[in-house]
Structures are given as structure tokens and as C-alpha cells.
Design a protein around this ligand. Structure first.
Ligand SMILES: Cc1ncc(COP(=O)(O)O)c(C=O)c1O
Length: 511
């Protein structure tokens, strides 16, 4: 577990066991079963308050609203906690809007994002008084119609896509994308071109039913560094300046900088020894060459593989929330002022997802089977009772999470294994990682920092019922999403009448 001393963490180790807040994770598994997601309410509240304080410290001219991205964790109980802390909310879909409204967020601080947006969703958002963040040429007409029919004024923002031309590093967020951070952000579907922003804004200026209250931007977590945020704010302020000038000196009332800041134990950029292109090519070349010497091949390869293949979770901590808040607010204020934008009374909004939820959640899974192979190559496998299909957000983003063995926190990690999940795919949850030498069935692995995007992206592959989610807060532990049953998995399946086979005889006949 990296960075324990550097982060305000809900995790601690005592007597060789992992605790989340005051709860022993081994006891949690005994009581609630395995696998299970566990979220810390206290960590969530601490994170929210740190965001609020850090941004307020640097943004003194106007109010600050922390508007956590519901997509990262739209569980109803968690949304209630966030609303209760006085936050706003960023929602993507009609479902997320529904959970946000039920949680009690003030609708004027709900940003309705997303592309494309359904007509009904836009109508409903406007009816509820939520802020539609326009991200499509087609949206304005629908918004104006909705406002007309509902006899209201729709307050909207425009989602920009400024080019972060001052930051052109490789993006480990989209390793398959167009290489550098700025290009990857421009190629992303979210956000409108400058021409589109100005075009729609001018339509809004002519409308009696729609009011433009501000701007929005969001780029993904392309880089965790403070410099990336400074460059983002520079380009955002520059874009706002150009657009406001084109609109005849328009002054926004709210500016939303989106999310994209990293989780403290940032699960990106893990060290993958063998996938360095050079090493990989050498290994592959050697493997091909040695196919002419079958007796030697496995012997030589086994030795090299054992030394060369090892995955290590990222050991480099992201900057703190305070460093991030300070970089954003200072740069934005300076750059906006330089461009003639009055920051007095201007509301600043931030939509953290992974950086707010990530380190609030862990996943506990039990080792079920150990397979050790010595010949023809050395390869060890530990199969656990969870699956990569319950971490699809992380798989999509190529995460290697940090981990700890919850009942053996003091054990030296002196062996190497693939930790694989239970689905029928290869399911290499943790390929070739360090594990305790005495790892055995019954041991509990804690997968860390999975509070964002994972629990909400689970699927039912292999007809597996999805596990429960627990909330720990103070001395209370509660189920906040119950485990699915086998019945739940098949609940939406319908067998048309003509396919129904009632007895074995009719099955035979059908065959
Ligand atoms: C509009 C918007 N805001 C905020 C976020 C949260 O991003 P992150 O989890 O990287 O902080 C997202 C994520 O995609 C988003 O699309």
C-alpha cells in the first residue's frame, strides 16, 4: 500500500490486518461475505470538505460549488451524503438526474451534461430547474421549445473544448488515443468547438426563453501534475475571453472547470516491466528464435519471463487536493482578469469524480484456488472470487490498482503470481504481481481506491450476480446496495411462449 503517510486515509493496518476506518476488513468478510465493496462515509465527507476549503482559499471573489460527478458513484445513499454536505452535482443521464433530485440537491446546482441528450431528458431537466450544459448543436432548439412549453426561462451553460496547447505530453489516460494530451482532449467527444460555442451563444442572446449563465469544460485525467492544471486553466480562460469578446463583452455568472484530477494513489502509469516495447520485442524475438531449439526454449524463456515480467502499481502519488485547488484558482483568476472578465461574484464550480470517490472505496475478495506450475515454465496463479467484470471502469482505463492482503498485512511480498478473477475469460485482474510467499485459499485481498467508476460499471457476465456494497461511518456499517441473487440476474429475460418447452419429452421432439 503506497503513500499511507502522505494521504488522509480511511485505511490502516493493525495486528497484521487491514482496517477501513474502525472496521476490521477480515471481520467484514466474515459477517457480510465475499466479495464485497466497502465505502467509507467519513472519507467521502473529508474529501468533500477538503475540496471546498481548498478552492475557497484561492477563489475569494465569489462562491465555490463542489459538484461531484454522479457517474463516478451514483449510489443513492452516497448521493444523499454529498447533497447533505451542501454540494451540487454533475449528472450525465436521466437516471443520474433522478437520483440527484431524490437526494435533495438544489436543482440550480445540478449540471446536466452529456452528449447526446434525449428530448425528454432536456424537458425534464428544465422543468426541474436544473442547469443544462449544452454540448450539441441540436440542443438549443429543444431547450427553447421546452422553456416555452413550460413557461419558464431555461438557464444554460455552454461546454467548451479549449486546446491545451501548453501541455503536449503523452497521455497515459488514453494510451491508444492520438498520443499527446492536448490532441486526446480535442478528439474526445465532450465539448463544442469555438465556432459552435459562439454560434449557439448568439442564438441564446436573441432568445427570450433561454439565458446563458456561464461556461463549462471537462478534460479527462490525462496527467496528474499541477502544471497540467495550470495549462488547462490558461487555455480555458483564453477561450472564455475570446468567446466573451465575440459576444460583445458578455460576463459569465458561473464557470465550471469539470473534473479529471487524479485519485491520491493514482492507479495509472503502473510499471509494467515486460510491456516496455523494447523488452517486449526482444522477448518475442527470442521466443521465435528459440522455437528452433525446443529443448532449450522453455528453459531460457522461463528464466527471462520470471525476471522480466512484473506489474507494480504506480508508486508516485498525485499532487494533493490543496495543490490542485491552489493551481486552478490562482491561474484562473489571473488569466480571466487579464482577459477583462470580472471575477467579482463569479461562481466557480468543480466536478471531481475519481479524486473525490476513488480512495473512499475498497473491494474485498477471497483467494479460492492456487495453481503453481514449474515446468515447462514457472507460472503461478491465484484465483479469487471476484472478476474483472466488476471493475470494467478500471479495465477500460488500464488501471493497476494498489492492493494489500487484508489478513496478512505484515507478510513480505516475496512471491509472484497472476491474480485472476472467476469469469471464464483470462480475467487477469492483477497480472504478475508480488504476493506473500504463503498465499493460500481463504486469504483476503483488498483492492484499493475503487470508490470511483468500478461498482457502478459492473456487469453480469457469466450470469454472475453482482456483489453488495457496504458503507462504514463512525461505528455504523450498513448495506447500501444489496447483493444480487441468481433470480435478479435473469429478471429481465423473457422466453416467448412459442419457445417454452414444458417437459423432457417435448425437448426431445424439438431436437
Ligand atoms: C462533465 C464531467 N465532469 C466531471 C467528470 C469527472 O471526471 P473525473 O472522475 O476524472 O474527475 C466527468 C467524467 O467523465 C465528466 O464527464
Amino acid at each position: 500500500m503506497v503513500g499511507k503517510d502522505k494521504i488522509d486515509d480511511c485505511l490502516s493496518t493493525r495486528g497484521g490486518r487491514l482496517f477501513i476506518e474502525s472496521f476490521d476488513t477480515v471481520e467484514i468478510v466474515k459477517q457480510f461475505g465475499s466479495p464485497v465493496f466497502v465505502v467509507s462515509e467519513d472519507q467521502l465527507r473529508r474529501n468533500i470538505r477538503r475540496f471546498q476549503k481548498s478552492f475557497e482559499a484561492g477563489w475569494t471573489d465569489g462562491p465555490v460549488k463542489v459538484m461531484p460527478a454522479a457517474k463516478a458513484s451514483w449510489n443513492a445513499a452516497l448521493q444523499h451524503i454529498i447533497a447533505g454536505e451542501g454540494c451540487g452535482c454533475d449528472v450525465y443521464s436521466a437516471g443520474e438526474l433522478a437520483v440527484a433530485l431524490a437526494a435533495g440537491f438544489d436543482p440550480q446546482y445540478i449540471s446536466v451534461n452529456g452528449v447526446p441528450k434525449d428530448r425528454d431528458h432536456i424537458f425534464h431537466s428544465i422543468k426541474e430547474g436544473a442547469r443544462v450544459t449544452i454540448d450539441g448543436m441540436e440542443e438549443f432548439d429543444v431547450i427553447e421549445q421546452a422553456a416555452g412549453q413550460l413557461n419558464t426561462i431555461a438557464k444554460v451553460r455552454l461546454r467548451m473544448k479549449p486546446a491545451i496547447s501548453g501541455f503536449t505530453k503523452y497521455s497515459d489516460f488514453v494510451p491508444t488515443g492520438p498520443l499527446s494530451t492536448d490532441l486526446a482532449a480535442l478528439a474526445y467527444k465532450g465539448g463544442l468547438s469555438r465556432e459552435a460555442v459562439i454560434y449557439i451563444a448568439k442564438q441564446i442572446q436573441k432568445s427570450k426563453r433561454v439565458e446563458l449563465v456561464g461556461f463549462h469544460q471537462h478534460h479527462g485525467r490525462h496527467d496528474p501534475s499541477v502544471r497540467y492544471w495550470e495549462e488547462q486553466m490558461k487555455s480555458y480562460a483564453g477561450e472564455i475571453g475570446v468567446v466573451c469578446e465575440a459576444l460583445g463583452g458578455f460576463q459569465p455568472k458561473e464557470i465550471d472547470i469539470g473534473g479529471g484530477f487524479a485519485c491520491p494513489r493514482d492507479p495509472f502509469a503502473s510499471e509494467v516491466k515486460y510491456s516496455e516495447p523494447y523488452e517486449y520485442l526482444v522477448l518475442y524475438g527470442l521466443s521465435r528464435l528459440l522455437s528452433f531449439f525446443p529443448a532449450l526454449r522453455y528453459k531460457v524463456l522461463s528464466r527471462i519471463i520470471d525476471k522480466a515480467i512484473l506489474f507494480i502499481p504506480n508508486q508516485k502519488m498525485a499532487p494533493s487536493i490543496e495543490e490542485y485547488g491552489s493551481a486552478c484558482t490562482k491561474t484562473l483568476k489571473r488569466e480571466l482578469t487579464q482577459r477583462g472578465i470580472n471575477t467579482k461574484g463569479l461562481m466557480l464550480q468543480v466536478e471531481p469524480g475519481r479524486s473525490l470517490h476513488g480512495n473512499t472505496g475498497i473491494h474485498l475478495t477471497t483467494v479460492k484456488s492456487i495453481k503453481k506450475m514449474k515446468e515447462p515454465i514457472t507460472w503461478n496463479i491465484a484465483a479469487v472470487d471476484t472478476t474483472e467484470f466488476w471493475f470494467t471502469g478500471g479495465r477500460y482505463e488500464h488501471h493497476v490498482y494498489d492492493y494489500i492482503f487484508a489478513n496478512k498485512t505484515n507478510a513480505p511480498l516475496n512471491d509472484k503470481m497472476d491474480v485472476v478473477g472467476r469469469s471464464c475469460y483470462g480475467d487477469r485482474l492483477f497480472p504478475a504481481i508480488r504476493v506473500p510467499g504463503d498465499l493460500a485459499p481463504g486469504d483476503i485481498m483488498a483492492i484499493l481506491d475503487v470508490g470511483a467508476y468500478q461498482e457502478v460499471s459492473m456487469s453480469n457476465f457469466n450470469a454472475m450476480p453482482r456483489p453488495a456494497t457496504l458503507l462504514v461511518g463512525g461505528d455504523k456499517i450498513s448495506v447500501i446496495r444489496s447483493a444480487e441473487t441468481q433470480e435478479d440476474v435473469f429478471r429481465r429475460d423473457v422466453i416467448p411462449h412459442h419457445l417454452k418447452l414444458t417437459d423432457r419429452a417435448s425437448i426431445k421432439q424439438a431436437v
